[in-house]
Design a protein around this ligand. Structure first.
Ligand code: FAD
Ligand code: UDP
Length: 369
């Protein structure tokens, strides 16, 4: 008999397993994929750590979480500065003075940029935006919305910007300085040696079964532990009783190229609707790689269908309301804890997932954090 059955070996499951194991609890981790790590999994190809399920840049302002993750890896000094490609034009992201001066050839100073954005949004300004389109125009005006936001967002989410929640675009900084850092966080970097090594360290000494889906033998698994920590999709756990939650899925087309530098940057976003993919990742640039070859991944966003890998929860009103029904139902299951991006149906970054996992374990062990 195990103390905890942990379904999923992503960051949430791995942090719980590490902390519970350290506290002397007997844990079993189930992972349906052939490898550990969930979406942060990296795989070495041609000496390059390939982010197999999408580019992952660690960033946080939480010193405790930064110190925690640094126990498992040394981080490099990578600063994410994606480039946006719109037709035959290239712009720096996030939206900053480099973007504004390139876009408008009569704008040179922060005041001129602010004035220009004000003019651009004048006729369509909504004080309290109710959707992403209104929010984006309020933030950066119409030209940037049309060139750098609309096409990318509609490809990524498969919905018109006017039907998406405003919070999605508020993730991006808008700066009136010449600063291409995509994040405002105090700490940022990529773990040297890849994310998989972090998860390996967390799961050292813990029993892990790969290629093992909880639902293949649910009745037996439910009996094998006192408690379950479930990091898969909560609607699946309840057999889609109230209907399926919506997710966005991503398809990655990855290839090795016989050149040492394909695009000169780790992330290039294709923001026009004329290109079918959202972005191209050139993995070596996350670690300043000097290998003779390169590995690139094109990301195609798609609506999730039954059987696909769910990636992004669609946190609009309709889905959030449906999730609340599952959450309420889960409150009757005192022995099951739902955690992580899928278990809690939230668009969480890695540092938040780690924090939540540490909190979950502290509650389990009755230790105050
Ligand atoms: P997951 O990593 O999804 O792990 C869940 C695990 O459970 C998976 O391995 C799955 O196979 C397994 N599982 C599910 N169901 C079952 C079952 N029935 N039986 C057995 N196993 C099961 N965050 C950042 O901070 N920075 C970034 O740059 C960033 N980029 C991202 C890019 C993309 C494309 C995506 C999708 C996410 C990104 N994130 C980023 C978010 C980050 O991936 C998550 O916060 C984090 O990985 C979530 O960890 P998790 O353990 O909750 O989920
Ligand atoms: N976004 C955009 N153009 C870009 C990059 C991002 O319009 O070139 C918007 C898009 O709506 C996206 C949101 O900003 O969903 C958040 O972007 P982020 O890079 O944080 O998304 P992630 O891939 O990390 O979820």
């Amino acid at each position: 008999m195990y103390d905890y059955l942990i379904v999923g070996s992503g960051l949430f499951g791995a942090v719980c397993a590490y902390e519970l194991n350290k506290a002397g609890k007997k844990c079993l981790v189930l992972e349906k994929r052939p490898h550990i790590g969930g979406n942060v999994y990296t795989e070495n190809t041609e000496g390059i750590n390939v982010h197999k399920y999408g580019a992952h840049i660690f960033h946080t302002s939480d010193k405790e979480i930064w110190n925690y993750i640094n126990n498992f890896a040394e981080f490099n000094n990578y600063v994410n500065s994606p480039v946006a490609r719109y037709k035959n034009e290239c712009y720096n992201l996030p939206f900053n003075m480099n973007t504004f001066t390139k876009l408008w050839n009569d704008v040179f100073t922060p005041d001129e940029a602010k004035k220009r954005i004000e003019e651009e949004r004048a006729d369509s300004l909504v004080e309290n935006p109710e959707n992403l389109e209104q929010q984006a125009i309020k933030l950066v005006g119409k030209t940037i919305y049309e060139k750098l936001i609309k096409g990318y967002t509609e490809k990524q989410w498969g919905r018109p910007c006017a039907e998406l929640p405003p919070f999605i675009i508020k993730r991006l900084p808008v700066r009136f300085t010449f600063d291409n850092n995509y994040f405002n966080d105090r700490y940022q970097g990529i773990p040297i040696g890849g994310y998989t090594a972090i998860i390996e360290k967390m799961l050292k000494g813990v029993e892990v079964r790969l290629n093992c889906d909880f639902f293949d033998d649910r009745a037996a698994f439910e009996k094998c532990a006192e408690k379950i920590i479930f990091t898969g999709a909560i609607d699946r756990f309840y057999d889609y009783r109230f209907g399926a939650l919506q997710y966005r899925s991503v398809r990655f087309e990855t290839e090795v190229l016989d050149t040492d530098n394909y695009q000169g940057n780790a992330v290039v976003n294709y923001t026009g609707s004329d290109v079918p993919y959202t972005r191209i990742i050139e993995h070596k640039h996350f670690e300043f790689g000097t290998q003779p070859k390169t590995v690139v991944s094109r990301e195609y966003s798609a609506e999730w269908k039954m059987g696909d890998e769910p990636y992004y929860p669609v946190n609009d009103e309709k889905n959030n309301a449906l999730y609340e029904k599952y959450k309420k139902l889960s409150e009757n299951d005192a022995n099951v804890i739902f955690g992580g991006r899928l278990g809690q149906y939230k668009y969480y970054d890695m540092h938040v997932v780690i924090k939540n996992a540490l909190q979950t374990v502290a509650e389990e062990l009755n230790t105050v954090r």
